[in-house]
Design a protein around this ligand. Structure first.
Ligand SMILES: Nc1ncnc2c1ncn2[C@@H]1O[C@H](COP(=O)(O)OP(=O)(O)OP(=O)(O)O)[C@@H](O)[C@H]1O
Ligand SMILES: [Mg+2]
Length: 338
C-alpha cells in the first residue's frame, strides 16, 4: 500500500510573500498493491508534483508518504529508487543515447545493487535474460542489442525505458533482507524472523541437495556441475519470488505524449501488458481522457492542487469523455467564482 497523508507542497520562486503557489493542497491518497491508477487534470494542477513527491525528487512541506506502512518521507530519492520505476514524457530522459540497448539494460539491472561498482558494458550472463524480456515487448529490439539507443525512434526508446523501469533489479540477498525488513509492511522483528527462517531452511535443503549430487558416483563431472547450477538457480528464484520488493511501483508522467498516435497506442498497450503481468502498482498521468478511461482500474482528477474526482470499478466504466470535460468546466467555473 502506497499512501500520501495530508501532503501539501508550495512553490515560491521569487521569495515574495504574494508569489506563493500551492501545488498540492492537503492531498490524501491510498493506493492498493497492484492498482493501476490513471491521473488527469489541467496544466499546473499538481499531477507531476504528486509523482515527484512519491519518488522523492521533491520533499513535501507537510504530510507524509508511506509504503507498506513504512514512513518513507525522509528517504532520499536514490534510497527509494529501487522500488519505483519511472518513465517521463521526454524519450531522451530515460535512456543513455550513446550506449547500446544491452548496456542500458545492464545499468538498469545493476541499479539496485548499491554496493556494486558501476559497470560500463554488459555481462554475457545477463544477455539471455534481457533477450527474453525484450521479446515480450515484441518490437524487434532483441535483434538490435548492440545498436546505440541514440539512433532509435522515440517510441522504441520509451519502450526500452519502460522495460528498464519495470525490470527487477536483482539485488543481493543482503540487500533483499534489509529491504524486506524495511518495506514488507510487517513488524521489523517479524520480517527479520521470516526472512532468516525461510532463507536458512531453503539453504539447508540446497546444501543437502548439493551434497547428495557430489556424492553420487553414477553422475559424470559435467552433469554434476550442471545439476548444482540448476539447484542454485532454483533456490535463487524461490528467494527472489518471495522477498525481492524492488520495482513495486511504476510512475508514468505523460510517457506517450511525445509519440505519434500509432506509436503512442503501441506503447500504451505495452504498458498495460507489463503492468498487469508484473502486477505493478501504477500511476499514469495523461492528458488523453479516452486513455484515462480505457486503461487502469481507477481514475483520479486533479484541479488546482486538489483531487476532485476519484472513481473506480463500475463507476469508472460508466464515465465518458464528455462527463470528464463537464467536470473540468464545472471545477473551473467554481474556482473562478471563489
Ligand atoms: N520546480 C517548481 N518550481 C516552481 N513551481 C513549480 C515547480 N514545479 C511545479 N510548480 C508549480 O506547481 C504547480 C503544479 O505543477 P505540476 O507540474 O505538478 O502540474 P501538472 O499537473 O503536472 O501540469 P502539466 O499538465 O502542465 O504537466 C504549478 O503551478 C507549477 O507552476
Ligand atoms: Mg506535469
Amino acid at each position: 500500500m502506497l499512501e500520501l497523508k495530508n501532503v501539501t507542497k508550495k512553490f515560491n520562486l521569487t521569495g515574495a510573500l504574494d508569489d506563493e503557489r500551492i501545488a498540492l493542497d492537503n492531498i490524501s491518497l491510498a493506493i492498493s498493491p497492484g492498482e493501476f491508477v490513471t491521473i488527469i487534470g489541467g496544466n499546473g494542477s499538481g499531477k507531476s508534483t504528486t509523482l515527484n513527491i512519491i519518488s522523492g525528487s521533491l520533499k513535501p512541506d507537510s504530510g507524509i508518504i508511506t509504503l507498506n506502512g513504512r514512513d518513507i518521507t525522509k528517504l532520499k530519492e536514490y534510497q527509494r529508487a529501487a522500488y519505483f520505476g519511472r518513465v517521463f514524457q521526454d524519450p531522451m530522459k530515460g535512456t543513455a543515447g550513446d550506449m547500446s540497448v544491452l548496456e542500458n539494460l545492464e545499468i538498469a539491472y545493476n541499479r539496485g545493487r548499491r554496493h556494486s561498482p558501476i559497470k560500463w558494458g554488459f555481462s554475457e550472463k545477463h544477455k539471455e535474460y534481457f533477450i527474453n524480456e525484450l521479446k515480450r515487448f515484441d518490437l524487434g529490439l532483441e535483434d538490435r542489442l548492440s545498436q546505440k539507443v541514440g539512433v532509435m525512434s522515440g517510441g522504441q526508446r520509451q519502450a526500452l525505458t519502460l522495460l528498464m523501469a519495470t525490470m527487477r533489479n536483482n539485488p543481493t540477498y543482503q540487500m533483499m533482507r534489509r529491504d524486506y525488513i524495511l518495506f514488507s509492511g510487517l513488524k521489523e522483528e517479524d520480517a527479520r524472523k521470516e526472512f532468516d527462517q525461510e532463507f536458512s531452511s531453503k539453504k539447508a535443503i540446497l546444501d543437502e541437495h548439493i551434497r547428495t549430487i557430489k556424492l553420487d558416483s553414477s553422475i559424470s563431472k559435467n552433469d554434476k556441475k550442471e545439476m548444482i547450477r540448476n539447484a542454485k538457480d532454483e533456490f535463487d528464484r524461490q528467494i527472489r519470488e518471495k522477498f525481492d520488493l524492488t520495482k513495486q511501483i511504476l510512475l508514468l508522467d505523460e510517457h506517450t505524449a511525445a509519440l505519434d498516435p500509432k506509436t503512442a497506442k503501441k506503447v500504451l498497450e505495452l504498458t498495460n501488458k507489463v503492468v498487469r503481468e508484473n502486477k505493478m502498482t501504477t500511476l499514469m498521468v495523461t492528458h488523453n481522457m479516452k486513455d484515462a478511461l480505457t486503461y487502469g482500474d481507477r481514475l483520479i482528477m486533479f484541479h488546482l492542487g486538489h483531487i476532485i474526482l476519484d472513481v473506480k470499478g463500475k463507476e469508472k466504466e460508466k464515465l465518458s469523455v464528455e462527463d470528464l470535460l463537464k467536470m473540468f468546466d464545472e471545477a473551473d467555473k467554481k474556482a473562478e467564482n471563489e
